[in-house]
Ligand binder design. Structure first.
Ligand code: SF4
Length: 362
């Protein structure tokens, strides 16, 4: 651990910031993070247990696995059943439940050709090794992963790998936050903005939170001191009657983001409507593959459709993702739904808030 990392985990410094939070907190503060890595950090580091009762922490729709819609999982399963298709995916999608609680792991056990890869480039190599098949990479994730997938498509094009396809269900964070803040039932006073996503997008797409809705938002790193400092910033802004979008993660995030990553993402993808688990279709919240790269688009090339499937019975992931209920308020939590037998994606993903509540015994 280098000295900066040590400082950002320093218990003495953490206690001192918590002391200031206690002194300066006036009333209740309900903050939401919209990043699966923040969810894990806040629980794992013990920060949550240091916070005074007046601070309510909610986890929003920032875990890519949690927001994957059951209709999207139905499309994965459709692909898995095709004889000329090899599905390439990151491992965390294998257990995400779709129609009738069926998932890719079950399909694999029944003989579907599904390969877990560690990088989308592995999927291109798989396509080279299987020229008689189509290798379809399942593209999920937010602005953090989309530029890498875009680069992979360009590499496949340059290398003439014509049997590599991407099923793009990538999602964008700002449009779903827009839906959250326009929900009259949402009582969130401040947003912790996703550090990794902001490395790509910068701060600009989030200015509407403060400018239009008067909600403070801070781009936040993942160490305990980062998280506590952001909470103190929310309190100080509120006490002064101010709201701004600020950068609390300057060691990694430039205010303008990463122009190269933005350029490649915008070259290959274009905004489209996207389905979010428990939230339905959100305008311009997804990334579809542009026509210029249509040969690599699994939807176009294979004529994929998203079948209408009923939501999972009893699962309240949508309400959890919108901050309307805590995971332990779902009637299935710990009783029917556990990490060993997950009913919804928020219990499947290691970054899901239901899994975090379960693991850390909240
Ligand atoms: S506890 Fe299980 S069923 Fe309930 S919201 Fe969480 S994942 Fe869904």
């Amino acid at each position: 651990m280098n000295s900066l990392e040590q400082k950002l985990k320093d218990p003495k410094l953490c206690r001192s910031i918590v002391g200031r939070i206690n002194e300066e907190l006036d009333g209740e503060l309900r903050f939401m993070e919209v990043c699966g890595t923040h969810t894990v950090s806040i629980f794992q580091s013990g920060v949550r247990s240091l916070l005074p009762d007046g601070i309510i922490h909610l986890s929003g729709p920032g875990c890519p696995v949690c927001v994957t819609h059951e209709r999207e999982v139905a499309a994965f399963l459709d692909l898995a059943e095709r004889k000329d298709v090899i599905v390439a995916t990151f491992g965390d999608l294998m257990r995400v439940p779709g129609p009738n609680k069926r998932n890719l792991k079950a399909a694999q056990a029944e003989g579907a050709r599904i390969k877990v890869v560690y990088s989308p480039f592995d999927a291109v190599n798989l396509a080279k090794e299987h020229p008689g098949d189509k290798v379809v990479f399942l593209g999920v994730g937010f602005e953090t992963t989309a530029p890498t997938i875009a680069a992979t498509i360009k590499i496949a094009q340059e290398a003439g790998v014509n049997n590599f396809l991407v099923l793009s269900f990538h999602k964008l964070v700002p449009p779903v936050m827009k839906v959250l803040v326009e929900d009259p039932e949402l009582a969130v006073n401040a947003f912790m903005l996703p550090g990794h996503v902001c490395m790509v997008s910068g701060l600009e797409p989030y200015r509407f939170l403060a400018d239009k809705h008067g909600i403070p938002a801070v781009v936040t790193g993942f160490e305990p001191v980062d998280i506590l400092r952001s909470i103190l910033t929310f309190i100080r802004m509120r006490n002064k009657g101010e709201a701004a979008v600020t950068n609390g993660y300057v060691r990694a995030v430039a205010d303008g983001g990463n122009p190269k990553a933005q350029a490649i993402m915008n070259e290959v993808f274009e905004p489209c409507d996207a389905l979010f688990r428990g939230m339905g279709s959100i305008p311009a919240a997804g990334l579809g593959i542009r026509e210029a790269y249509g040969d690599f688009d699994a939807i176009r090339a294979l004529g994929l459709t998203l079948p209408d499937v009923p939501p999972l019975a009893g699962c309240k992931c949508g309400d959890v993702l919108r901050g309307k209920i805590r995971p332990d308020e779902c009637p299935l939590f710990k009783k029917v739904c556990t990490p060993a037998n997950p009913v919804g994606p928020c219990m499947v993903s290691t970054e899901g808030s239901c899994a975090a509540y379960y693991k850390y015994q909240i």
